[in-house]
Design a protein around this ligand. Structure first.
Ligand SMILES: C[S@@+](CC[C@H](N)C(=O)[O-])C[C@H]1O[C@@H](n2cnc3c(N)ncnc32)[C@H](O)[C@@H]1O
Length: 244
């Protein structure tokens, strides 16, 4: 099926002239302008305490759960798929520095890359690349590992599938792909009932991750592989580790 890579132009009317990059994917311009696209959004959300609040106090726990998968000294090449508010990339950069490795971060929004550049340690072995996760202009099997932190729930399912397929393509056989994102909370979790309408209103594709397993969006050749799965905060968050 052809993936509808429609680019956002419609949002331009709702934002100041010049604030929209016309290569912004439609879902991002339409549903996440308030979080990532608008310059005031970047200024507002680049506060770790705020992101931590949105994650119900779990930012550090989820960040560390992802980063410990890679070990202390990270050698070789690591791909971070999309920018993340807070100190995650600086920490990943430090792990890479101590292991003699290097990190590439891709993001489709120049404003996000600029924000990351400003908060990154000057000597961090981190390269920033303007790129769409669904169309990585990177060679096959060129990374030792990859991290996808809270990106998949933002993407409509065709884009989510394309992101996973692209990341699997660029990671070497045997490399780890660590995914952290939302999941269906347990039946007893109050947020299963309270958070659902909030997500439905603000993050329209997020509930896909409550209804289906991340494995469902992996390319068919990986569908039957055993993935390692971790659950956090009563199931509201998950970590999935795919070995390429
Ligand atoms: C990783 S997600 C959310 C992370 C988390 N909520 C946080 O703490 O920041 C947000 C990032 O994904 C980026 N993004 C969304 N769709 C993308 C795509 N198709 N390709 C590359 N980056 C994308 C956005 O530009 C934004 O910088």
């Amino acid at each position: 099926m052809t993936v509808p890579f429609v680019r956002a132009k419609a949002r331009a009317a709702a934002l100041p002239l010049g604030a929209v990059d016309h290569s912004v994917p439609l879902y991002l311009g339409a549903h996440y302008w308030w979080a990532y696209v608008h310059p005031k959004a970047v200024k507002l959300f680049e506060r770790q305490w705020l992101v931590n609040l949105i994650l119900w106090g779990n930012y550090a726990r989820l960040r560390d759960a992802a980063l410990t998968e890679f070990g202390d000294g990270v050698s070789g090449r690591t791909l971070q798929v999309a920018c993340v508010y807070g100190d995650l990339t600086n920490r990943l950069g430090r792990q890479a520095a101590s292991g003699g490795g290097a990190v590439d971060v891709i993001d489709v929004l120049p404003i996000q890359l600029k924000n990351l550049r400003e908060k990154l340690a000057k000597d961090a072995p981190v390269r920033l690349l303007a790129m769409d996760s669904t169309d990585l202009r990177l060679p096959d099997a060129s990374y030792d590992r990859a991290l996808i932190f809270f990106l998949l729930h933002e993407q409509p399912h065709h884009f989510r599938e394309r992101t996973l397929s692209e990341v699997l393509r660029v990671v070497k056989p045997g490399g780890k792909i660590v995914i952290v994102d939302y999941a269906l909370p347990r039946w007893w979790h109050p947020l299963r009932y309270l958070w659902r309408p909030v997500l439905a209103r603000l993050e329209p594709f997020a509930l896909d991750l409550w209804r289906r397993e991340i494995a469902d969006w992996l390319p068919a050749t990986f569908a039957n592989r055993r993935l390692r799965h971790g659950s956090f905060f009563g199931g509201l968050y998950q970590k999935v580790v795919v070995t390429r």
